[in-house]
Design a protein around this ligand. Structure first.
Ligand SMILES: CC(=O)SCCNC(=O)CCNC(=O)[C@H](O)C(C)(C)COP(=O)(O)OP(=O)(O)OC[C@H]1O[C@@H](n2cnc3c(N)ncnc32)[C@H](O)[C@@H]1OP(=O)(O)O
Ligand SMILES: O=C([O-])CC(=O)C(=O)O
Length: 375
């Protein structure tokens, strides 16, 4: 993969620290977690293996994986006080705001008192987040108090099970494992950097994750998967999509799900989720959403040399699994919490408060004017 010229605003191209967790856009694999190629992980691993790799530093053996999954399974119960908070959030709220509030409330109920407890709190967040968002979703939208202590074998299955209140199809669970793995970690992206900045003040783990959720919410970052869905579902044929995209490009609109701050020619996660999207499209008998998505991809490359990032084909893939669009970005949270918290631990292990400088552009020597004399 060619190097992208990285300079200019947005701290682009400047190293803001060291990490042993991830490489993004390096020649060769393009994306690795602790040295493991994302393609291999997405093909062979379960999400829990990847979370363990990031958090505990190595791939688990079978006994370790079994024990880890059992531990997470035992941590799914929502505290009553959290349920009460969730039940008071209206259906009109954005689910990312629900995630933010839910995470923050958890921090009130189960406060991290010492960094020695960090892994317990991290595992708890991994275990509880899927049920937490779906408890709110089902209560606010359907009046149903969904059971979060399910028999689901994994976080992937738990998300779909608590959303639809039934055991999901094995194919969908497989897709969710791959999706959660693809989203788990991405070096110093905006939300992870938020978490690290917060961690650098020696703040608690729930504050770090709550801040990161807020950063991920925006459409230039994690929110792009639902923005992409809102866009592609408007079009019923590939030709219609092409015409609309040409118009958007002429108006210099941003096309959500395309481009990347670091990658230049492709995002290695795209080919993987695109393949799953195709499989799901065939499984569901879809005749337009996948074709529309492929055409948008082709037009964007032809016209602008812009490529799909991780978010674009996630939109159709999630849609094929009957996941409501507004829950797309919360799924990203359920996954990226592994990456964020690995970075928090890394920051804490070798900390100096993150405090860059700014180039001042304001006035010099401003004079005091008494309030009565101000215009
Ligand atoms: C999981 C993730 O978070 S992946 C990112 C998800 N975000 C999106 O999909 C939102 C759409 N994409 C974007 O807004 C951008 O590509 C970002 C935010 C991801 C990266 O931003 P930058 O690093 O500033 O982009 P970059 O420097 O490559 O932009 C180069 C040019 O391409 C344009 N461009 C970049 N992406 C897009 C896009 N999706 N649609 C239209 N034009 C674009 C830029 O406006 C810029 O044009 P200019 O030079 O005339 O100003
Ligand atoms: O790295 C970035 O800037 C955004 C991204 O793709 C991610 O966080 O997965």
């Amino acid at each position: 993969m060619a190097e992208k010229k990285l300079s200019g605003a947005g701290l682009r191209g400047q190293s803001a620290g060291e990490t042993a967790l991830c490489t993004v856009g390096k020649t060769g694999a393009g994306l690795t977690y602790r040295g493991h190629d994302i393609k291999v992980l997405a093909d062979k691993a379960q999400f829990e293996e990847v979370a363990y790799l990031l958090l505990y530093g190595k791939l688990p053996n079978q006994a370790e994986l079994d024990a880890y999954k059992a531990r997470l399974k035992g941590m799914r119960k929502l505290p009553d006080a959290l349920k009460t908070v969730l039940e008071n959030i209206p259906a009109s709220a954005h689910p990312m705001d629900v995630m933010r509030t839910g995470c923050s409330m958890l921090g009130n109920l189960e406060t991290e008192e010492s960094f020695e407890q960090q892994l317990d709190h991290i595992d708890r967040m991994l275990a509880i987040f899927p049920g937490m968002i779906n408890y709110w979703y089902n209560f606010s939208h359907n009046g149903v108090r969904v059971e979060t202590e399910t028999e689901a074998d994994s976080i992937a299955e738990q998300f779909l099970w608590t959303l639809h209140d039934k055991k999901p199809e094995p194919l969908h669970v497989e897709v969710m494992h791959a999706s959660l793995i693809l989203y788990a970690e991405h070096e110093f992206n905006a939300s992870t950097f938020t978490a690290r900045v917060c961690a650098s003040t020696l703040s608690d783990i729930h504050s770090c994750v709550t801040g990161a959720i807020g950063s991920l919410r925006g459409p230039l970052h994690g929110g792009a998967n639902e923005a992409a869905m809102d866009m592609i579902e408007q079009w019923t044929t590939a030709d219609e999509a092409e015409e609309a995209i040409m118009g958007m490009l002429a108006r210099k609109d941003k096309i959500m799900g395309f481009g990347h701050a670091i990658y230049r020619e492709s995002d290695p996660r795209n080919a993987i989720i695109k393949e799953w999207s195709l499989k799901l499209s065939e499984e569901t008998g879809d005749t337009n959403l996948y074709a529309v998505s492929e055409r948008v991809e082709a037009v964007m490359w032809r016209e602008k040399k812009l490529f799909c990032n991780a978010d674009f084909f996630h939109a159709s893939a999630y849609n094929f699994m009957d996941i409501p669009t507004k829950l797309f970005t919360p799924i990203f949270v359920c996954s990226r919490v592994a990456g964020w918290t690995s970075h928090v631990m890394e920051q804490r292990a070798n900390n100096r408060i993150i405090r860059p400088s700014a180039d001042y552009t304001g006035p010099e020597g401003a004079e005091w004017v008494d309030i009565a004399d101000r215009s």
